[in-house]
Design a protein. Structure first.
Length: 206
């Protein structure tokens, strides 16, 4: 039997996309200015950032050179929800192509599977960020969490030095695997989050 940790990046991204795309598609225009758990981004800016990641990591899957010099204003397009879904589908197909996770890719010459895990992580944790910011719960598929766990632990020291991850958050012994993944990135999954305009604080999912 295939171990969850051995699933291809393409398969993991397809599963992650099935969970993340509805979160993004369900964001109301009235919520675009709301803050998110990523302090530097409001909802609109985080959607634009995630869209940029989705597009540029398609290029990385093909061993090309992405352009992160600017962030597109996706939300300015009236059909931004559908466009995000379409480009996320292209991301899945790019990483499902033969040879996508073989060899190295990116300016740092990292193993392609590690780079694939980077976009898998962004799609997963930013879906959680956006869900939390807009008053919803989010729990990814366990196979995605299992596929990310070892890679995220390995990349964490470098990611913290680069300011991509915050300091790890300590959690109690009953924390779930996804909560521990979030904590490794510097997020506190047990913190109460009040969605602006919402009727009450949003508690983390049990």
């Amino acid at each position: 039997m295939t171990n969850e940790a051995q699933l291809s990046i393409g398969d993991l991204l397809r599963t992650a996309a099935d969970d993340a795309v509805p979160v993004v598609g369900g964001i109301a225009d009235a919520s675009l200015g709301a803050p998110t758990p990523c302090a530097e981004y409001d909802v609109r800016a985080l959607i634009d950032h995630l869209f940029s990641v989705v597009v540029n990591f398609q290029v990385l899957a093909a061993k090309g050179t992405p352009d992160f010099s600017g962030t597109p204003d996706l939300v300015a397009d009236p059909g931004w929800r559908e466009l995000f879904a379409a480009e996320t589908g292209k991301l899945v197909e790019a990483w499902s192509a033969p040879g996508a996770e073989e060899g190295t890719t990116g300016a740092m010459g990292l193993p392609a599977r590690t780079v694939g895990c980077m976009v898998l992580l962004d799609l997963t944790v930013h879906a959680w960020d956006l869900a939390r910011a807009t008053g919803r719960a989010f729990e990814p598929d366990p196979s995605v969490v299992a596929g990310l766990a070892g890679e995220v632990e390995g990349m964490a020291p470098t990611a913290r030095r680069m300011g991509v991850f915050g300091d790890a958050v300590e959690l109690p012994g009953d924390a779930t695997a996804f909560e521990r993944l979030l904590a490794t990135t510097g997020r506190d999954p047990r913190a109460r989050w009040t969605a602006p305009g919402g009727p009450s604080p949003v508690d983390p999912a049990p």
